[in-house]
Ligand binder design. Structure first.
Ligand code: GRF
Length: 202
């Protein structure tokens, strides 16, 4: 399974996926695309001899034009699976629909709670006693595609955003490689807007 990872930053999830694609997994990260030239994830890719591309937005460029360039960059890799790992751009509906069932994202909340940004702060403000991360198929509506796997963490009264974010991140690194593995084993599919694992809806 040819896995292409899209990033904008640190790439700790990228690293977890690279590490997870060991000899027992029929998946390989064959490329990394960043919209930011200084994303640390690009360094991680180079250290692992993985090809990289940057698709940087031009000033004043429309979303449609950017997405068209991103589409061309992606097509060069002929991926089976596109993994969004901290890719901080909203993708147009047309773009998303072209990769239906082939693109996954990780979001730092227990979806459907807290789509969008600042999820850790929002969980603390709401005095939630649990929080977490969700891996989901990407559909046009932001952070709203069918959930594949979630990991929960406790939230403690004294938690700062940083402490809670670290706790969630650790779980992200466990669940994201697992989902990539399932996909590579063809156990995971999106069927009529639902995630299916081993022929059963999740
Ligand atoms: C993660 O918290 C992920 O949930 C969100 O972006 C962050 C990426 O972190 N979508 P990293 O670049 O993988 O370290």
């Amino acid at each position: 399974c040819r896995v292409l990872v899209l990033i904008s930053g640190n790439g700790s999830n990228l690293q977890a996926i690279i590490d997870g694609c060991d000899d027992n997994v029929q998946a390989e990260v064959i490329g990394v695309i960043s919209n930011k030239p200084d994303a640390y994830g690009l360094v991680r890719a180079h250290q692992n001899e993985i090809d990289t591309s940057c698709v940087i937005a031009h000033k004043g460029e429309t979303r449609a034009d950017y997405d068209e360039r991103l589409f061309s960059a992606i097509e060069k890799y002929q991926p089976d699976l596109i993994v969004l790992a901290g890719f901080m751009r909203i993708l147009s509906d047309d773009f998303v629909m072209r990769f239906e069932g082939k693109m996954i994202n990780i979001h730092p909340s227990l979806l459907p709670k807290y789509t969008g940004l600042n999820t850790h702060q929002r969980a603390i403000d709401a005095k939630d006693n649990e929080h977490g991360a969700s891996v989901h198929f990407v559909t046009p509506e932001l952070d709203s595609g069918p959930v594949i796997l979630q990991a929960k963490v406790p939230v403690y009264e004294e938690d700062s955003v940083e402490v809670l974010a670290d706790r969630v991140h650790e779980q992200e690194h466990a669940i994201y490689p697992l989902v990539v593995k399932w996909f590579s084993q063809q156990r995971l599919k999106m069927v009529s807007d639902k995630a299916w694992l081993d022929e059963k809806p999740l």
